[in-house]
Ligand binder design. Sequence first.
Ligand SMILES: CC(C)[C@H](C(=O)O)[C@@H](O)C(=O)O
Ligand code: SF4
Length: 474
Amino acid sequence: MPPEDAAPRTMFEKIWDRHRVLERPDGQVLLYVDRHLIHDGSEPAFDMLRRRGLKPRAPDRIFGVPDHYVPTDTRETAAIPDPARRFMVETLERNSAEHGFQLFGLKDEGQGIVHVIGPEQGLTQPGLLMVCPDSHTSTHGALGALAFGIGMTEVTHVLATQTLWQRKPATMRITVEGDLGAGVTAKDVILHIIATIGAAGAAGHVIEYAGSAIRGLSMEGRLTLCNMSIEAGGRAGMVTPDETTFAYLAGRPYAPKGAEWDRAVERWRALATDAGARFDREVTIDAAAIAPTVTWGNSPQDAVAADGQVPDPTQEEDAERRAAMQDTFAYMGLTPGMPVEELRIDRVFIGSCTNGRIEDLRAAAAIARGRRVAEGVTAWVVPGSAPVKRQAEAEGLDRIFTEAGFDWREAGCSMCLGTNGEIAAPGERVAATTNRNFRGRQGPGVRTHLMSPAMAAAAAVTGHITDVRRMTGG
Ligand SMILES: CC(C)[C@H](C(=O)O)[C@@H](O)C(=O)O
Ligand code: SF4
């Protein structure tokens, strides 16, 4: 128990304080790392380690999974045609064998995108400090962990020492109060937040999401929300662990069991931000003001309501901003002021660490059921993990998708970033459930629009961006 007169602390501060090893005069703090997740892009860090003659200090705290470079039409590493990509998957396998850390290999029943499998395996737990060489590590904060992405040099440092130097970030609370409207999902909430505060709106801050709308989200929804904290510039995103969190974690392979579980839950309950604790910034959002949301530009902040219009660059007074917008309009093939629903779609991608979980696939299948993918549209469903895939198949979702004309594939990052070679063609317009609409992300010249799984499924069957409320009578 903290002393009576202890200053009230935020959840972030409680976790930070517990992991502090020492502080340097320049303000850098050495933190102990509980879990180190790595993926198939991590070889440079092992290479650095090897060249310095070092070995991982705590292999039992390292968990690896191939996701970025894996094909989604086979589970055979040897069948990866491109040697550079095959090398990435093979070296992760070799590093695991050499150093003895747990690997969820391509054929493992737990394989999937690193940010999907962490929570799914129960590796992600409230109060832990977790790192991974990937910006979307913020995802894990949905369970009340402090989780952030780190660079390759830092990965080498964590491998060698199980600690990490960090400067203490500022804190920010985003409170979403009220009820979410029909067709509005966690994806719409986070797109709306980023459109409101800007893609750099949370720079340097750890975000705590609060309010009745956040408490009402499922675990999957919270994972989607925290996943995109980085797209608002946040260092991490967090949600207070509660009954939803505990119910989600109970019985997962790496979750505590028996008496240990009870003690853990007691500890986890104490993580909540104390009454009276101060955040460096507070933002309040009205849940009722959030519509199904879609992006039109090349930044996640370029988002509008699905029944709205793209902006008109000529209305922009700042000359520099106007020129940038016109450039975006040319790249994205937009007409000023056009309704977003008039945008015709060539491809649909349902998946990623943002929206590749079972609930996402259920939402997309609910729209796809009994409908057909529109003429000329190629639509893919890529489950976020092998367990998600098995669960979806047990529920018959794969049948719904394939009967509607979707491609049902194996788990991985796939077209989210296309590092595995799965990309769209130049000029193609993609409705994607991913988190980044940057130029060229899904292939050179490709135009990406971010949206929820239900919205992406709606786009697939109508052939253009469609407000999902039209499909459900909401
Ligand atoms: C490849 C990886 C380092 C990168 C990230 O940091 O997020 C990727 O996952 C992405 O989504 O762009
Ligand atoms: S699914 Fe996309 S955002 Fe997530 S880790 Fe993979 S490439 Fe990055």
